[in-house]
Design a protein. Sequence first.
Length: 327
Amino acid sequence: MAAFTTPSEEDLKQFLASGGFSNHSEFQAVEGGSVNSNFSFLADGRRWFLRIYEEQDDRGAAAEQAMVAALARGGVPTPVAVAKGTLAGKAAAVLSWVDGAMSCQRGVSVERAHAVGVSLARVHRAGEGIALPEGRFDIDALRARLERIDGSTVIDAYTYPVVRLRRALDELAAARDLAIPHGLIHGDLFRDNVLWVAGSAEGGTAQTRTQDDLAALLDFESASHGAFAYDIAVTMLAWCYGDTLEAPLAHALGSGYASVRPLEAAEKRAFYTEARLAAVRFTITRITDYAMRGGAQSRVMKDWRRFLARLDAIEAMGEAGLSGLFT
């Protein structure tokens, strides 16, 4: 359960009252999430979502909330904060609840991949003019993480990937085109950060919504300034890879994205490099943040070998194969 901090009943009552929620019930932790403490509760006949920020202070939380509100105004389907403050000594916010379900990998259809591509392009469009810091996972930061692996007591288990990943970072540093379009990127648009309409509507009218309709994008904690092509690559590797990179899904995601924001020729040429960097990033962070910290469940959920396999798949496709996803 994502509940690192559980507020007292009195603190919770005061916080909710300050936000206009005089009565609440069914307060409970929300499954999933690995950074913040998340809860749901009922009030005023509706369900609401409560987040306690574990890593961001009041200023950081406010900046994220303002960014998400700007994205929502720009047409990005994402819940926004309706009440803010401090709870249990930490920044907290109440957000509108979105009914929906996450997709397993087998549930990723061509239609869903296309919808994800469309929504990611809307993020990039709506983020214009929003000032953000650079991402935390640039090449220098990834090199520093490799040094942590090198200095660990379990280096024998990672000797092969460390050597390969260090060589890949050197190649990527020389190959990246830093002039391709940049802006606000989500940075972490994995399947657990997207909700789909729960169930399908009846009636068959033009307003009918089905399970292939995207309900909301979630969790912009990793949002930063970065290359759009890199963000597309992160999303593609999260949604379009089962046991191999599934070309129909990747094509659908790419075409969905291009229907809102067509890629420049330079971005298509750079996509091979950005996709390799995305695979390298998640291989390294899954070693340092999960495998090296122990815990069988973490190793199953965040297995670094799955992203090293993605790197193999990308290199097998080559630059021409990757750029062809957007034709």
